[in-house]
Design a protein around this ligand. Structure first.
Ligand SMILES: *[C@@H]1O[C@H](CO)[C@@H](O)[C@H](O)[C@H]1NC(C)=O
Ligand SMILES: *[C@@H]1O[C@H](CO)[C@@H](O)[C@H](O)[C@H]1NC(C)=O
Ligand SMILES: *[C@@H]1O[C@H](CO)[C@@H](O)[C@H](O)[C@H]1NC(C)=O
Ligand SMILES: *[C@@H]1O[C@H](CO)[C@@H](O)[C@H](O)[C@H]1NC(C)=O
Ligand SMILES: *[C@@H]1O[C@H](CO)[C@@H](O)[C@H](O)[C@H]1NC(C)=O
Length: 419
């Protein structure tokens, strides 16, 4: 009697196991590769000690994650046209473990041979930036909205700045006005998410600007829901745990000047209609305004930097809609207290940081970061730009962006905040 029941149980378990095997096998045949599998299966280092029970357990857990990931990607695959664009079989040679030395140091992993040389000073700098972030995320004397919420409580639409490259296991949080065009180009080359006459782009600079900023070019976290449904958060967490996550930041006030210069000093019809017209009406007492930016410019109608600051400080602004991404705080774009970034780059040290990051990602042989461009807003201009802004406004503005200053180690600009 009990034997029969046991037998039946075994048959049921066996069938379930077979079904799962078939799903995985079918997936394997259908598309030839799994990303997590190829990028992250760990080779055992030569001469490794016999694994302890604890290691085996960890390995088992990560295999379960891997398995789940395969399962989820196979179920999402059939009805998903975007997928074809964003996930192709990896290049030969990319089956090496990709995460760099830093990831290993941080988490105690040892997946790779130590071939890439890292500059020790640069590594120290990164460790300091990461520690600074962690310290102030944990320090309750720094208070800002949404600081305490968990990753699960971040709505999907706020995850739209996290670009994922499954081929190399990289997540990039883009911050507008911080070299994001060129980093997006790098992500396109690495993930082969955009084709030029059927062939993926190899040189970041070949990619036209309008494609770079088209959101349909990138696989971002906010698209996971449509693709994986209720498994999407679980999958994001797996990727956040395993992938190398980076972002680039910049002095918050200088970023604002840069945003103002590019969106309001140059003719931009979209920003004119959406932002300049309301600002001119509210803060410069204009009643009727031309419909196009070129007409407005030739009539001498431009928003001033002071109008822009007033707009940022106006409580009505945020009530109407969240800050535009060009001036939204980095902590709201990238959630640095919910996501444990492995690399924090700064625009002020872009060239060194870019070189180090590409080496860390082990793609420095494959591509170079495009050289810095044009007439970049310099920190030394700050005093001139803020000269006409009333002191009380500057202090309020600092409060608004304080979290970005503190979390990313930018000193409080005392010279602007005191008489
Ligand atoms: C939190 O930050 C404040 C202000 O920077 C500092 O004085 C304090 O020592 C910090 N507390 C901890 C526990 O690190
Ligand atoms: C966040 O958590 C800290 C400590 O856990 C608490 O002191 C603080 O009041 C919380 N802040 C908010 C806005 O909930
Ligand atoms: C973005 O790309 C998609 C697909 O390539 C295209 O259909 C769409 O028109 C593009 N959007 C813009 C604003 O260029
Ligand atoms: C705005 O314009 C109205 C009439 O056009 C005028 O009465 C008012 O004084 C102006 N306000 C400012 C602050 O210039
Ligand atoms: C750079 O921009 C500043 C201010 O926008 C302008 O005064 C300067 O002439 C520009 N320099 C070049 C080389 O374009």
């Amino acid at each position: 009697m009990t034997k029969m029941r046991l037998l039946r149980l075994w048959i049921v378990l066996g069938s379930v196991f077979m079904i799962l095997l078939i799903i995985v096998y079918w997936d394997n045949v259908g598309t030839a590769h799994f990303y997590l599998h190829t990028s992250f299966s760990r080779p055992h280092p030569p001469g490794a000690l016999p694994t302890t029970g604890k290691d085996e357990e960890r390995e088992f857990v990560s295999d379960v994650d891997e398995f789940l990931d395969k399962l989820l990607s196979s179920s999402g695959r059939q009805n998903d046209p975007l997928r074809k664009k964003t996930e192709q079989p990896p290049l030969p040679g990319s089956s090496k473990p990709i995460l760099g030395n830093m990831e290993e140091n941080v988490r105690g992993y040892d997946w790779s041979t130590h071939d890439a040389k890292q500059n020790p000073d640069q590594e120290k700098l990164q460790a300091e930036r990461r520690n600074m972030l962690r310290e102030f995320c944990a320090n309750s004397s720094l208070v800002f909205p949404t600081k305490n919420r968990s990753f699960d409580d971040i709505p999907n639409y706020e995850l739209n700045h996290l670009i994922v490259d499954d081929r190399h296991g990289i997540i990039y949080c883009y911050v507008p006005k911080v070299a994001c065009t060129n980093w997006k180009r790098v992500m396109i080359v690495l993930s082969e998410s955009l084709l030029d006459q059927g062939i993926p782009y190899k040189d970041p600079l070949d990619i036209p600007r309008e494609h770079v900023h088209n959101t349909s070019t990138h696989l971002t976290f906010n698209k996971f829901w449509r693709r994986y449904g209720k498994f999407s958060r679980h999958l994001m967490k797996i990727k956040l745990k395993k992938y190398t996550k980076f972002l680039f930041v910049r002095d918050p006030f200088v970023r604002l000047i840069s945003a103002f210069r590019s969106k309001f000093e140059l003719e931009n019809d979209e920003f004119y209609r959406r932002f300049a017209v309301p600002m001119l009406k509210l803060y410069s007492n204009h009643t009727s305004l031309p419909t196009s930016v070129s007409e407005a410019f030739s009539a001498g109608l431009k928003v001033s930097f002071s109008d822009f600051i007033q707009y940022l400080l106006d409580p009505r602004t945020e009530k109407l809609a969240p800050f535009n991404e060009h001036w939204r705080q980095v902590y709201r774009l990238c959630h640095p207290c919910q996501i444990d970034y492995d690399f924090v780059g700064k625009l002020e040290t872009l060239d060194e940081d870019a070189a180090q990051l590409l080496q860390l990602l082990k793609v420095d042989k494959q591509l170079h970061f495009p050289p810095s461009y044009r007439n970049r807003t310099a920190s030394s201009w700050e005093e001139d730009w803020f000269a006409k802004i009333p002191l009380a406004w500057r202090q309020q503005l600092y409060k608004l962006y304080e979290a970005d200053f503190v979390l990313f180690g930018y000193p409080k600009p005392e010279n602007l905040l005191k008489d």
